[in-house]
Structure formats: C-alpha cells, structure tokens
Design a protein around this ligand. Structure first.
Ligand SMILES: Nc1nc2c(ncn2[C@@H]2O[C@H](COP(=O)(O)OP(=O)(O)OP(=O)(O)O)[C@@H](O)[C@H]2O)c(=O)[nH]1
Ligand SMILES: [Mg+2]
Length: 200
C-alpha cells in the first residue's frame, strides 16, 4: 500500500500511487461508518459494538441520543476511482477515548475526509487540527442530518476556521454518489496539494 513517504514527482500525475490510503474522520456519530459502507465496493469491515452503560457519562451523546452502536476500532472499505487510483478507506472511531488509535490509522494516509455534523460542529475540531498538524490534505464534508440548520459551506468553513484552499462540500454519507463525489474531490485536492503547480 502507498505510504505518505511515497515519492511523487511534482508536475506528474502518473506517479500517484495506485493504492491510496484515505482516512474518514470526524466527530462521534458524524456518519463515518455510514460513508465507508455506502461507498465501498467490497463488503466493508466494521467494528461496531453496542454502547453499554459504561458509555454513559463518558461519551458525549448530545445530539445523537438515539445512537445504539459505535465504532470501537475502525471501518475499512475500498473504492476504485478510475483505472489509476484505488482508495482504501479507513474510518476512525469517533469517541474521545479511542483517540489513541488515530496515529496507527493515519500512518501512511495521503488524504482525509473530515465529516462534520452541523448540530455538533465542535466535535470535528479535533480531526481538523489533527490533519492540519500532520500536514495531511483533507476536505470537509458537511453531512446533512434532518433537523439540522442548513448552513452554507462558507459558514461552516468560517466556523471551523479552515483555510480557503481546503474544499468544504455538502454531502449525504448514506448516498453512494454523494460519498464518491467527496472522495473524488479529495483525490483532486491531494494531487494539487502535492503538486501546487497543477492548481493553477
Ligand atoms: N440523516 C442522516 N443520517 C445519517 C447520515 N449519515 C449517517 N446517518 C445516521 O447517523 C447515525 C450515525 O452514523 P454512523 O455512520 O454510525 O456514525 P459514525 O461517525 O461512524 O459514529 P461513531 O463510529 O460512533 O463515531 C446512523 O444512524 C446513520 O444512519 C446522513 O447523511 N444523514
Ligand atoms: Mg463509526
């Protein structure tokens, strides 16, 4: 699998690795498992566990009180973007107490999707910070939930304080086409980030 250390010659697209590791991150309950499952062309691996009483008072359930399961390790899926690029998707666990997993998961990742739930935008701050600090190119996908205020992409950008070059787009993690569009946008962003001359 490709690693972050892979050499990509500036100005060439040919050197983009065929197998690209992508992280799907975001706050607790933002729709990471849903997105990996909806877009994956293989049966996705998921590590869902029923939330127990141990979760009460530990995990922040505000806004997602009806959630009964949570990812305890990772989600894994695969999607072929075109003849040259296959994405391997790794979804993070959302709860704060599993953050120790992130460094393992992010090792070798070339890009990331940060899923944002506008009802609980603060829960994705950590993901935004994390990828900014590691220099991993990312896009923000605003996952629309019923009953959430329909913010514009630019309002979300401002609230999260992400730079202009970071794409912020609306999405529905349950829809394959929508999820795929997010990933195609991410691939373009990764290529431009690594070869600024192309972003013209
Ligand atoms: N309305 C709506 N519901 C969604 C969307 N994406 C996910 N959901 C629902 O939101 C709930 C949480 O989704 P998950 O995919 O488990 O979220 P997660 O980010 O993997 O959660 P953790 O692993 O616990 O952090 C599920 O009941 C989904 O059906 C969406 O785009 N719109
Ligand atoms: Mg999950």
């Amino acid at each position: 699998m490709a690693s972050a250390d892979s050499e990509i010659r500036p100005g060439t697209q040919e050197a983009i690795p065929q197998a690209v590791k992508i992280i799907v991150a975001g706050g607790f309950g933002a729709g990471k498992t849903t997105m990996v499952a909806s877009v994956s062309e293989i049966t996705p691996l998921s590590t869902e566990e029923v939330m127990t009483e141990a979760s009460q008072g530990v995990d922040d359930l505000g806004g997602v009180e009806n959630k009964t399961t949570t990812t305890v390790a990772l989600d894994f899926g695969r999607i072929t973007i075109n003849d040259d690029i296959v994405l391997y998707l790794f979804g993070t666990p959302g709860q704060d107490r599993f953050w120790f997993m992130w460094d393992e998961l992010a090792e070798g990742a070339l890009g990331a999707v940060v899923l944002a739930d506008t009802r609980r935008l603060d829960t994705c701050f950590h993901a935004v910070d994390y990828f900014e600090r590691r220099g991993v190119p990312f896009v923000v996908a605003v996952n629309r939930f019923e009953g959430s205020t329909p913010y514009e992409a630019e309002e979300v950008r401002e609230a999260l304080d992400v730079p202009a070059e970071v794409p912020v787009l609306m999405a529905d993690a349950r829809e394959r086409e929508s999820a795929k569009e997010v990933l195609v946008r991410l691939v373009t962003h990764v290529i431009h980030s690594r070869s600024p001359a192309l972003s013209g």
